[in-house]
Design a protein around this ligand. Structure first.
Ligand code: G3P
Length: 223
């Protein structure tokens, strides 16, 4: 499973890169707006320079021409830019055009298996079902993701599935068990994946035992 970071924050991205576990980044207009006065294209360029993998940048036009124009502009920023496009009729039409041009796309705001089928038919590189937001409205996001994976397998669709809107470590475990291609994870949740109380307890014990051992050795050596 590839790990993407779901953020537009460059410091978080640099930290995850330094851990050697990052395969890509996804951003969206909300995440960019959290970054204050930063210029969107400048930030996308910055992210693309530090990440060795796909970086999703989302269009904000809602009509076909606007989306395709924005996609062309964003594609000029760097080779690893992926164009994130919402799951609408115009969006799917834009994805069809862009995929024929060899431009990588990520269909976002996907909440059903049927929407994911359309994204794959249009030639999307990635599709992003939002599992947390499905849970929020009383559906089972992980189940929808499981359906998408099964349908894609049955028909041999090449589109890679990104589990998006991940809210907690349990989501990560569940989507990994399903064999999802990619999980895009918020920085807070990524940090939690490191944690286990027995790791902390165990390390504390190792270090205190080692300290005792060194004291014994040193007093034996110095009489
Ligand atoms: O990248 C989009 C998606 O991950 C959004 O997550 O938490 O705003 O539903 P959330």
């Amino acid at each position: 499973m590839k790990i993407f970071l779901d953020t537009a924050n460059i410091e978080e991205i640099k930290k995850a890169v330094s851990w050697g576990i990052l395969d890509g980044v996804t951003t969206n207009p909300t995440l960019v707006s959290r970054e204050g006065k930063v210029d969107f294209k400048t930030r996308v360029k910055e992210i693309c320079e530090v990440v060795n993998g796909p970086v999703s940048a989302e269009v904000v036009s809602t009509n076909y021409d606007g989306m395709v124009n924005e996609a062309h502009e964003l594609s000029k920023i760097a080779e690893n830019v992926t164009i994130k496009i919402p799951m609408t009729k115009d969006g799917i039409k834009a994805v069809s055009t862009l995929s024929k041009e060899g431009i990588k796309t990520n269909v976002t705001l996907v909440f059903s298996a049927n929407q994911a089928i359309l994204a794959a038919k249009a030639g999307a590189t990635f599709v992003s079902p939002f599992i947390g937001r499905l849970d929020d409205v009383g559906n089972d996001g992980v189940n929808v993701l499981a359906d998408i994976l099964e349908i894609y397998k049955t028909y041999g669709f090449k589109t890679e599935v990104i589990a998006a809107s991940i809210r907690h470590p349990e989501h990560v475990r569940q989507v990994a068990l399903l064999g999802v291609h990619i999980a895009t994870i918020p920085f807070k949740v990524l940090q939690l994946l490191f944690e286990h109380p027995l790791t902390d307890k165990g390390l504390k014990r190792f270090l205190s035992d080692w300290e005792e051992y060194e004291k014994r050795i040193s007093s034996a050596q110095h009489g």
